[in-house]
Design a binder for this molecule. Structure first.
Ligand code: AMP
Length: 210
């Protein structure tokens, strides 16, 4: 499965809920890149410059990371935030064909621009375990420790007005066409994500069970 949607549409939250309820191994290409950046690997340092400006990492690099992750797991998987370009979707299809497998479901989380900004302002990430935290949902205040590991919570470097503007531009130009790609394949389902995580998850669960 794949979860698609604009920044702060709740892809990470839904991926975590799906993984917990259905046991489907999940990964986020954004989280992999942030981990690489934190470890200071050459890939991470280069990617960090792009991410903090709100741009997209190169397709080749993303496909390499995805291929490495797929090697470690079986035929049941969930991607959050990948593919983000039509080129990624095409190359992903080839990669899966070579493994004699394919995608069954692509869920498109739809959300209004106003909600995106409001959610972004409430979003923090744990500097220790990487968990994505929402003020009001997981913690009461930005000074609170991570409820998962006690680590320090920080705002993401790309959750700024300037970076968000660029991320939205990239999203509209490069990621929205990916929804048409999967619509043509007959596996795209839309979910209204302008609601609380539990309501969204009810609809997402129904789609998975169907
Ligand atoms: P996310 O955590 O999904 O919001 O991703 C954070 C950032 O990582 C994005 O704004 C991009 O800079 C980069 N990124 C994540 N996934 C991809 C991808 N599939 N293709 C290109 N860049 C990506």
């Amino acid at each position: 499965m794949v979860l698609l949607g604009p920044p702060a549409s709740g892809k990470g939250t839904q991926a975590e809920l799906i993984q917990k309820r259905f046991g489907i191994p999940a990964t986020s290409t954004g989280a992999i890149l942030r981990r690489e950046a934190k470890c200071g690997t050459p890939v991470g340092v280069a990617a960090n410059k792009i991410i903090s400006r709100g741009g997209l990492a190169p397709d080749g690099l993303i496909l390499e990371l995805v291929g490495e992750w797929l090697e470690k797991i079986g035929d049941s998987f969930l991607f959050d935030g990948f593919p983000r370009t039509v080129a990624q979707a095409e190359q992903f299809e080839l990669l899966l064909n070579n493994r004699s497998t394919g995608l069954e479901l692509v869920i498109f989380l739809e959300i209004s621009d106003g909600t995106i900004r409001a959610r972004m302002l409430r979003r923090l990430t744990c500097s220790n375990c990487g968990k994505v935290i929402s003020i009001g949902r997981h913690v009461g205040d930005e000074g609170d420790p991570c409820p998962n590991c006690g680590g320090k919570l920080e705002a993401r470097a790309d959750d700024t007005d300037t970076a968000l503007e660029r991320r939205m531009l990239e999203y509209r130009e490069k990621t929205l066409p990916v929804t048409d790609f999967y619509k043509r394949r007959g596996i795209l389902a839309r979910v209204d994500a302008d609601r609380g995580a539990e309501s969204v998850f009810n609809d997402v669960s129904r789609l998975i069970i169907e």
